[in-house]
Design a protein around this ligand. Structure first.
Ligand code: M6R
Length: 360
């Protein structure tokens, strides 16, 4: 059932082209370049959005914030569910809660849904498992359509959440008039092309991940850095490495590095950076120069043609801004996977973890 792959995690990473296709299925109107999400047609465009989630789903939500604010013009707050539920949050009446959960069974996220409902806010569930508790409790459900995810470490589910969040952004952005048809069509074309880009790229991403994992297998700690929408991906890269290889890793907004973590940098503390060809590149580059001044080694996910000199540039196909995440994400997942596998860890069943966290 692993389809010839050594682990479910690897199989699920390689399923991501199909996951994007499936998430888009029936949701794009080619003629008008519009996104169809009939499940939300009864809900006006939210005036404020509170995203509530845990773990990887929380990182997806944080990525969604960058898009929803910039492209759809919706003010967004992203909340760790276990904090949200006990904080007595201020939830203005014009707000909508978006609960993101692969399993749809995470207890803290469910508690966030119940809290929102008790305050009279409409709740949208972005879930993968059909008929799950959160999907049943929510007023509106958008399914991410990733298919069953077996590996404890979430991979393809996040890909589908990013895809659904991008669709939501385009859907609301068009409805509010913030996005015009041309902008929407351009992003949709890029997204529809992404499965093919990924199918081409995945084998070489894996080969590079394998090579890097052998080089860095002795490392005991990693700093993951990203800016803008790559910041949540830095958090996710660090989480993946921690949970399956048991190597300590911290994800940081790269601009925050000089406010503390820079003190950790030395030749034995490598940095894994997202330094893509986007508006954030000059800033990320200057952060990396500071790492190099302290003799820190760097892996950088980057694009060809940029002026960046680091030990391990890892070139990925260039994609326009919100779409680069779909290429960066599998690279981060594959690096964590290859590290864990090389170190002989139980990739699909990491110690102390359960697939869905149904207790507090
Ligand atoms: O099923 P959910 O999306 O609600 O799960 C949330 C987290 O428990 C989950 O993403 C967890 O962090 C994964 N093990 C990450 O790989």
């Amino acid at each position: 059932e692993k389809g010839g792959f050594k682990h479910f995690m690897l199989k699920e990473i390689f399923e991501q082209p199909k996951v994007i296709r499936d998430c888009l299925l029936g949701r794009v109107d080619q003629q008008s370049g519009q996104v169809r999400l009939p499940e939300l047609d009864g809900l006006p465009v939210p005036e404020r959005l509170h995203i509530v989630a845990c773990g990887t789903s929380y990182h997806a939500g944080l990525w969604g914030l960058y898009l929803l604010e910039k492209l759809a013009g919706i003010p967004v707050q992203v909340e760790i569910a276990s904090e949200f539920r006990y904080r007595d949050p201020i939830l203005p009446k014009n707000g909508v809660v978006l609960a993101i959960s692969q399993s749809g069974e995470t207890m803290d996220t469910m508690a966030g849904v119940k809290l929102a409902k008790s305050r009279g806010l409409p709740v949208i569930g972005l879930c993968n498992v059909v008929g799950s508790s959160i999907s049943r409790e929510s007023d509106y459900v958008v399914y991410s359509q990733a298919g069953p995810e077996i590996s404890v470490a979430s991979t393809k589910a996040m890909c589908s959440q990013l895809c659904a969040l991008l669709l939501l952004t385009l859907y609301w952005g068009r409805r509010s008039g913030r996005l015009d048809t041309a902008q929407c069509t351009a992003i949709l074309r890029g997204l529809q092309d992404m499965p093919r880009v990924l199918e081409d790229a995945l084998p070489s991403l894996r080969a590079e991940a394998q090579r890097l994992a052998r080089h860095y297998a002795e490392a005991t700690s990693f700093l993951y850095l990203g800016r803008g929408p790559s910041y949540p991906l830095a958090l996710e890269g660090a989480l993946k490495l921690k949970e399956i290889s048991y190597i300590h890793a911290e994800g940081y907004a790269s601009g925050e590095m000089k406010h503390g973590p820079i003190a950790l940098i030395d030749p034995r503390f490598p940095t894994f950076a997202m330094a893509l060809d986007d508006e954030f590149f000059p800033k990320v580059k200057s952060n990396l120069v500071e790492v190099q001044a302290r003799a820190g080694e760097i892996i950088a996910l980057t694009n060809e043609g940029l002026d960046l000199a680091v030990e391990h540039p890892w070139f990925v196909p260039k994609a326009q801004a919100p779409l680069s995440a779909f290429v960066v994400l599998p690279a981060l997942q594959l690096f964590a996977y290859e590290m864990a596998d090389y170190l002989g860890k139980d990739v699909d069943q990491p110690r102390n973890l359960a697939k869905s966290v149904t207790v507090e």
